[in-house]
Design a protein. Structure first.
Length: 408
């Protein structure tokens, strides 16, 4: 009898160990993107080249335990990094949407992420007033900058890697030479809007101009002659109430169009060369409510399409040749969508417009053109790993052993 009890205790301990291992392993797999099946959402739009029709469909998603505050894609489109509440950064391979690594980067939430020009370094900013630099290949932190009591809201590398800019929640914009991050070469106190994040800062391709949001104004600062041209939409264009704040900016690849979004849901597109208004886009704002704030703006690769996302849980595509909305859908109220209400949102295209990545609240959704996806990528969404099958077997054995021990 005593020997039998000892055997049962030993088996029970083994079952508990296996059960804990399975739970841990299954929770680890939650870091992988999941394929979307069933009722998918689509974005269909026509491109000028050969009158070509492009159809993007939702293909995969990842649901975070906490709200996603920022994400960025490496310039070559192969790596996706995201960060949010809890201070953790997750990194994935965008070729097959597999998980690479994660870091506990900040004591409070991660507010902004930015890859350098060759995608080897990821910069992260947080509410702990620290900017950290991560080597993607070596998967480790290599340096950091402390800005005292300044929470970090915006980060941006210049295209040639010469400059690095950081904006803070208190309205300070610092610019360093990347070779010397100990002392900023420029410091502006006109930076502002705590909701804008990295999309409120933009370097041009010549690396001699920086665009940034300063509250309700947009600054064009020339790094060569240090002149500052300021656009005040409420004075220069007299189109909007001062109750609405500039919230987001985007510049097309030709650098002749500058788009910005408002907290009331409207979008303006300006000709950079002539400093004249080109389009006023209205579609997100259903009423005078802050929840329709434009949170994400990006142009596709050739600048023909502007994509926007707002607190109202809608994503819209705009034709830049006529200023007309050509496609749109609501991304909420789906079984794969874990966010509720409004929340932080962002949107980015990968190179060659292969993927459209949207983050809203605690869900990141990958959109893709089915004709552009290679077989290896699509197969990876359908494959169940050997490890997962093994885990299912262990769980089955666990419950079988528990039942057996209970009735014998």
């Amino acid at each position: 009898m005593i020997m039998r009890q000892a055997v049962l205790i030993k088996e029970f301990k083994s079952v508990i160990i296996i059960f804990i291992f399975c739970i841990f392993s299954l929770s680890y797999h939650d870091l992988s993107f999941q394929p979307i099946s069933g009722n998918k959402k689509f974005l269909t739009f026509k491109l000028n080249e050969n009158n070509r029709i492009t159809k993007f469909e939702m293909i995969a998603y990842w649901a975070n335990a906490g709200e996603t505050r920022s994400f960025d894609i490496s310039p070559d489109g192969t790596v996706l990094a995201s960060g949010g509440y809890g201070g953790t950064i997750q990194v994935w391979n965008l070729s097959d949407l597999t998980y690479i690594t994660e870091w506990h980067a900040h004591d409070r939430f991660v507010s902004v992420l930015e890859f350098n020009s060759d995608g080897t370094i990821l910069a992260s900013g947080g509410f702990d007033q620290v900017i950290r630099f991560w080597n993607i290949t070596e998967r480790r932190e290599i340096s950091n900058i402390s800005l005292g009591l300044e929470a970090i809201w915006g980060l941006r590398y210049s295209p040639n890697g010469e400059y690095f800019a950081a904006g803070t929640a208190s309205g300070i914009l610092n610019i360093w030479r990347i070779t010397d991050l100990t002392e900023a070469i420029y410091r502006f106190e006109s930076y502002g809007n705590s909701e804008a994040a990295d999309e409120s800062i933009y370097f041009n391709s010549k690396n001699d101009m920086i665009f940034y949001i300063g509250g309700r104004k947009i600054h064009f600062f020339n790094l060569t002659d240090q002149t500052d041209y300021v656009v005040d939409p409420y004075i220069d264009f007299a189109s909007f109430s001062r109750l609405s704040t500039v919230n987001e900016i985007a510049v097309n690849s030709n650098e002749d169009l500058l788009a910005w979004g408002y907290t009331k849901g409207d979008i303006c597109v300006m000709n950079i060369t002539s400093k004249t208004m080109k389009w006023i886009l209205q579609g997100h704002a259903k009423d005078d409510h802050y929840l329709h704030s434009v949170q994400g703006l990006t142009f596709n690769e050739n600048g023909e399409i502007l994509i926007s996302i707002a607190y109202d849980r809608t994503v819209k595509l705009w034709n830049m040749s006529n200023g007309i909305e050509i496609s749109g859908t609501e991304i909420g109220n789906n079984n794969y969508y874990h966010g509720r209400g409004g929340g932080m949102a962002d949107v980015q295209f990968t190179p060659s417009d292969r993927y459209l990545v949207i983050a809203h609240r605690n869900t990141i959704i990958i959109w893709g053109n089915p004709k552009q996806r290679d077989e290896n990528t699509s197969d990876s969404f359908k494959t169940i790993s050997v490890l997962t099958i093994f885990e299912i077997g262990l769980l089955s054995y666990t419950f079988y052993s528990l039942k057996k021990n209970r009735f014998h």
